[in-house]
Design a protein around this ligand. Structure first.
Ligand code: GLN
Length: 475
């Protein structure tokens, strides 16, 4: 039975379909592992396998899934790792979670994250930090750190997370797994606790590219409950490219130059991967994204601005925590928010409220939106010449717990290479490209809107050539 958890999700689904294992056996094997989690990756684990039979005939075969705590799941604590949502059990389920359940992926558990998805190390969680399974003194990345650590350690076959400015790709990179941030609008945001609504996207975190494609295939589609969701043009088939013949890769010197602060071990792995891509038939050339270095500044105005509006709903009246206000409503609001939000969330609310204030709106928020448009145009121009833009996913490998908690700007720099794609709304995937001093490094490929099929294909060809061994993180 233990061999079951060594399989990728697609392989496990295949075994169930072939009658060599049952969905209930697989669920129980993972449930036991998740319940014994010593990485603090889970905030809640299901107590029993769901009773329905017939999993063998579903597309996802009954392979259970771990879901970031940011997704509302009916009757299950869904708290965005925030004290302000303490005890909140939503009366409905997020569309992507419901779609996956209906396709045959029952809920294994909810995973730890940075509070309201604000962070890059999972240290901003009301449930405490998550430990990186490759080295427990290090962070798993964030904000989807629990999902990434759970998949890397083999506590879950696969997981979903959300990416607003890197939160799927960066933890995937730091944990040595695959993470896909889809085109904005590809997956419904309904039931995803909102951080920055114009950026938030759900996506898969998986052991390999095939699993990412399989999961993504069942997440997409227009949802009448989310007016920004779109019908995905075309189907997502299992990736099968064996080479990169005719594929043009652009390396943006504006991001990969000195400004990016890329660690030597990360650069080495990136360059080795470019070498492999060339051997697979790709052509590689430098390209320009002149406004991309300003992405982080624009992001840290736009995301907090949207967050300050989205988080206004947490007032102690409707959800979770409520502190006594001595019969005064405003005192109740302010005490609840004072105690319920952590320091990073408060910082973002203050930044965002300031950026949206009438005297500064044009200077800050308005300017940031113009920069965002320029960045989207840079990518558009680049994609006239290139199929994909490639960079390392994160400038550094997993860092020590506590190393950046006192320096928000150092923490924000982790997303220097991930945020431009988020602002442009385009898809990007991170795949493990090797190890640097025993820690995983991620390679990022970004493509035009709705190019996920091609992106997954190219990532698959590279993944085969890289031959990354993730077993070092499993226990
Ligand atoms: N690390 C970035 C932030 O703190 C991105 C987070 C995310 O993608 N949810 O905002």
């Amino acid at each position: 039975m233990s061999h079951l958890v060594d399989l990728t999700a697609a392989q496990a689904a295949e075994q169930i379909r072939a009658g060599e294992a049952t969905a209930a056996e697989l669920f129980e094997a993972y449930r036991e592992r998740a319940a014994a989690d010593d990485l603090n990756a889970f905030t809640w684990v299901a107590d029993a396998a769901p009773s329905e039979n017939g999993h063998a005939s579903t597309p996802l075969g009954g392979v259970p899934i771990a879901v970031k705590d940011l997704f509302c799941t009916e009757g299950v604590p869904s708290q965005a790792a925030s004290k302000i949502l303490e005890g909140y059990r939503p009366p409905y389920t997020a569309t992507v979670v419901a779609k996956l359940r209906d396709a045959g992926a029952p809920l294994l558990g909810q995973t730890n994250q940075d509070e309201f998805a604000m962070g890059s190390s999972n240290e901003n969680s009301a449930f405490g930090p998550v430990f990186n399974p490759w080295d427990r003194s290090r962070v798993p990345g964030g904000s989807s750190g629990g999902s990434a650590a759970a998949v890397a350690a083999g506590l879950a076959p696969w997981a979903i997370g959300t990416d607003t400015g890197g939160s799927i790709r960066q933890p995937a990179a730091l944990c040595g797994i695959v993470g896909l941030k889809p085109t904005y609008g590809a997956c419904s945001r309904y039931g995803m606790i909102a951080f920055a609504s114009s950026l938030d996207q759900a996506g898969p975190l998986t052991r390999d590219v095939t699993d990412a494609a399989l999961l993504f295939r069942h997440m997409i589609g227009r949802d009448p409950q989310d007016s920004t969701s779109l019908e995905f043009p075309g189907e997502i088939a299992p990736p099968e490219s064996e080479d990169l013949k005719g594929v043009k890769l652009g390396v943006p010197e504006d991001l990969t130059g000195a400004e990016g602060g890329i660690e030597p071990g990360v650069r080495e792995s990136f360059e080795a991967t470019l070498g492999l891509a060339e051997r697979l038939g790709a052509t590689i050339e430098p390209c320009r994204l002149p406004h991309a270095p300003h992405a982080l500044s624009a992001y840290y105005l736009i995301a907090p601005a949207e967050a300050s509006a989205n988080l206004a709903r947490f007032d102690g009246v409707r959800y979770g925590l409520r502190l006594d206000g001595d019969k005064d409503l405003v005192t109740m609001y302010s005490r609840t928010r004072e105690v319920g939000f952590g320091p990073e969330v408060k910082r973002r609310i203050m930044l965002g409220t300031y950026a949206l204030s009438s005297g500064y709106y044009d200077a800050y928020y308005g300017t940031a939106q113009k920069v965002r448009t320029k960045i989207a145009e840079d990518f558009k121009t680049a994609f006239e010449r290139f199929d994909f833009i490639v960079t390392p996913t994160s400038p550094c490998a997993a860092f020590e717990l506590g190393a950046k908690t006192d320096d928000p700007l150092a923490m924000y720099l982790n997303d220097f290479l991930a945020v431009p794609m988020s602002l442009a709304g385009i898809p990007a995937i991170s795949i493990p490209s090797g190890l640097s001093d025993g820690l995983p490094v991620g390679f990022q490929l970004a493509g035009p809107a709705f190019s996920e099929s091609r992106l997954l294909d190219a990532a698959y060809a590279l993944e085969r050539a890289i031959g990354f061994d993730g077993t070092g993180a499993r226990r």
